[in-house]
Design a protein around this ligand. Structure first.
Ligand code: FAD
Length: 378
């Protein structure tokens, strides 16, 4: 196994917390990664894989197990399913933003609005990364992964990954285990060949964020540049000099609540109705069929509500800090909990709990963390 001297996870995570793990492995090739995982799983101790460490919140104690760092890189271009598309198969450890830059360079559209998201390509499907109305689910064809249960490598279509709002069957949500413990080895995306041409943007969210009129045409490169500038203003592009970016991005997810509960929140709270889930099959007994098809029954009707608005209106503004704490809300973006320098995981967890309690007391709902927590309790 390509074992390396373990370094503190505070050096490898963007929230800058975490002690030194018992063992660390660095896999530079897929063969190394597969062999290392099989060996670690055969031994049976605790483990997790680390990409860019930008969606992890790690506790202060040493992790008593193996951290497998995924450092595989490479992009292969394959034919698309149509003449005007191309597929990119990308190794799991490849830097996500480098992939976006490369796809823009090659004139391939579909991920440009996700410019500037930190981390690796292999972690992107884990929480179905997204920004400004684009999500990886829209372009993801399949992943190659290795299952912990069998140690087998297989190619799994995107439709089997349970990709939803910042979730998938692979994600380790707080308080639960993933439905399918597995490690992604490569990711295949299908992107549209558009070259350098200027095109109108169809996505309303992206248009709004970039201040574009309906029908206004721009190039992929223009979108990338402007998304990066917009994100940087919010502290959402990593910057070693700017403590507002020493975070795990949005610490809390926008809350998904029932339509009934959403009606109890103040009208000003931004909300986005989710598409209702319909039962696709309704059996009507022939004897009861009167020639008129009934409307399909709605199984559930949910609404996504803005966690940032809830936090701000629970009285916590940008830059908020608890007395004597080195953790604080970003001065640019309420949803980002940041390490203002040498903060421990305990200090960040204390701030996270305080935010949860304030929002719960004010609005009656418990915000859920978006990053994966390792050896930390909220
Ligand atoms: C400043 C900032 C801005 C951000 N903005 C956004 C945003 O706009 N949208 C968004 O969706 N996210 C955003 N994030 C969160 C984060 O960048 C993404 O979730 C990213 O995909 C995490 O990649 P990573 O390689 O850093 O994952 P890590 O933090 O290393 O790992 C995250 C989880 O995925 C698992 N994992 C890692 N690699 C693999 C693999 N190959 N196979 C299986 N599991 C794996 C890890 O074990 C862990 O459970 C932001 C974070 C920061 C710090």
């Amino acid at each position: 196994m390509p074992e390396v001297a373990p370094v503190p996870l505070s050096q490898l995570t963007t929230l800058r917390t975490g002690g030194t793990p018992a063992r660390m492995i660095e896999a530079l090739t897929t063969d190394e990664l597969v062999a290392a995982l099989r060996e670690v799983w055969a031994e049976g101790g605790p483990w997790f894989v680390l990409g860019g460490g930008s969606n992890l919140f790690v506790g202060d104690e040493s992790f008593e197990g193996t951290v497998v760092c995924v450092r595989t890189t490479g992009i292969d271009e394959l034919p698309g399913s149509r003449d005007d598309t191309a597929r990119l198969r990308v190794q799991a450890g490849h830097d996500w933003d480098a992939l976006v830059a490369e796809s823009v360079e090659r004139g391939l559209a579909g991920i440009e609005a996700m410019s500037g998201i930190p981390g690796t390509v292999g972690a992107a499907p884990v929480q179905n990364v997204g920004a400004y109305g684009q999500e990886i689910v829209q372009t993801l064809v399949e992943v190659e992964l290795i299952d912990e249960a069998t140690g087998e490598v297989s190619t799994v279509p995107a439709s089997e990954l349970g990709l939803g709002f910042r979730t998938s069957v692979l994600k380790h949500h707080y308080g639960s285990v993933p439905d399918r413990p597995a490690v992604i080895l490569s990711v295949t995306l299908e992107l549209e060949r558009v070259g350098d041409d200027e095109r109108p943007i169809t996505g309303e969210q992206l248009r709004g964020a970039l201040g574009l009129e309906r029908g206004q045409a721009v190039s992929l490169r223009w979108i990338r540049d402007h998304v990066l500038a917009t994100r940087a203003r919010k502290g959402m592009v990593l910057d070693a000099e700017d403590p507002d970016t020493w975070s795990a991005g949005s610490f809390f997810q926008n809350a998904i609540v029932s339509a009934g509960f959403a009606r109890t929140l103040p009208d000003e709270c931004p909300r986005w109705p989710l598409a209702p889930v319909f039962d696709p099959v309704t059996v009507i007994p022939l004897a009861a069929f009167d020639g008129v098809l009934p409307p399909p029954p709605v199984e559930r009707s949910e609404v996504k509500v803005s966690a940032a608005w809830l936090i701000e209106h629970a009285g916590l503004s940008r830059g908020f800090r608890l007395p004597r704490s080195r953790a604080g809300l970003s001065t640019k973006h309420t949803l980002a909990l940041t390490n203002r320098g040498e903060a421990t995981a305990a200090e960040i967890a204390q701030l996270a709990r305080f935010v949860q309690q304030r929002v719960q007391a004010e609005f009656g709902l418990l915000l859920q963390p978006e990053p994966v927590l390792v050896d930390v309790e909220l």
